[in-house]
Design a protein around this ligand. Sequence first.
Ligand code: 6PG
Length: 472
Amino acid sequence: MERYNYGMVGLGVMGRNLLYNIADNGFSIAGFDLDEEKVNELEEGATSTMKVKGIGSLEDFVAALESPRKIILMVPAGKPVDAVLENITPLLSKGDIVIDAGNSYFEDTNRRIADLGSKNLHFMGMGVSGGEKGARTGPSIMPGGDLEAFNLLQPMLEAIAAKVDNEACTAYMGKGSAGNYVKMVHNGIEYAIMQLISEAYDLLKRGAKLNNDQLYEVFREWNNGEMNSFLIEITRDIFQQKDTFTDQYLIDQILDKAGAKGTGKWTSEQAMEIGVSIPTIDIAVTSRILSAYKEERVQASQLYPKAEIATPENTDQFIKEVGDALYLATLISYAQGLALLVKASEEYNFEIPLKDVVKIWRGGCIIRSVLLEKFYTAYTKDPNLSNILLDADIAAIVKEKIGSLRKTAAFAVSSGVSGLGLQTALGYFDAYTTEYLPINLIQAQRDYFGAHTYQRLDREGVFHTSWQSVNQ
Ligand code: 6PG
């Protein structure tokens, strides 16, 4: 009987595309889905050189895989993963490997590692980024967990991943659920960058009064230079997309309410949980929440009408400043996300190799950008860098752009355009680079009303004062 190298459970767009990518690279693979139609369509969509098979029975699917079985799950995070595991684990044998390639919560992965481990099975959490197209042509792949299992998968992962300078955009992300954690933070950064781009768009549209054709030109130029990245590139294209219902540009017909599947929120929750400051990611999450109050926003906009936004005097200079502000705020968002990974690595004993994280984010994933090349250089110099802003070469970039971020944030503030992401990136930078914060006053207040104690600048120890009310 013919045995397949790999198995894929879940033949939705992502699962099917990843399966074809694996098959394209010379590995045979069987696919299973509860939806019979998806199973039947699988072979029709394959090319003649691919060895793929759709199998509609889970028992037959498992039996068709070579040992140790290597089964990739591409099903929605949460209950569907547990449902698949409940059905499939009784059919597996010692040493088999189950790889969850969805956006699963890392704590769920920890639970599943322990559960399958007790049955002598390997369970791995593996982040995959790049959307449908990336899955088919080369995503960025973030596997973590059992090293023995990873070593068996590595040749396939390297074959199917995106390549930058001939190097595969995949690497071992660390122990336990590190793969899912790194992907979660990737998505948190993705939320922040998308928020910042939307603010730059708002400033150019309502401030500089650019139309969609002009916006296309600006983003085209940005993408051709140091801001080259996937998100800038697709934004460029969005401004040229015509609507099919009207003869307008599609962007102007889209309702301003953002959806979210939860990975951004998890990133913020995690940062709060382990004590890492990531305000630009937090604000991106909460901005999506705020966007959903459409009806209230309409009401409030009538109650609080705004003055007309004054057009900046020099449009070209304004565009340049907004571009530099976006570039720097994006850099600061990466800095926050990477700082979260540093702390999480210690906290959860993941041993995340930061240098490899930025290396494999250079291609294939949604947050790929040429900026990551600079981070890669920084981590090559110092793999233990606690914050990317502390690198001397990065500092030189920051110093060059900080004036533009200040001017752009000030323009937003004075004209009533909400620039929450830009402002928090700047606020984070200003707080992070301040030797002496006004938090001494917060400590005094805490001690005043709650005897919470404080530490001193001039001597060791913990102190409490009987604060005197002046009007006593
Ligand atoms: C990726 C994306 C992918 C997905 C997000 C969207 O890296 O390929 O991040 O995982 O598109 O989950 O997230 P929201 O629906 O929460 O915006």
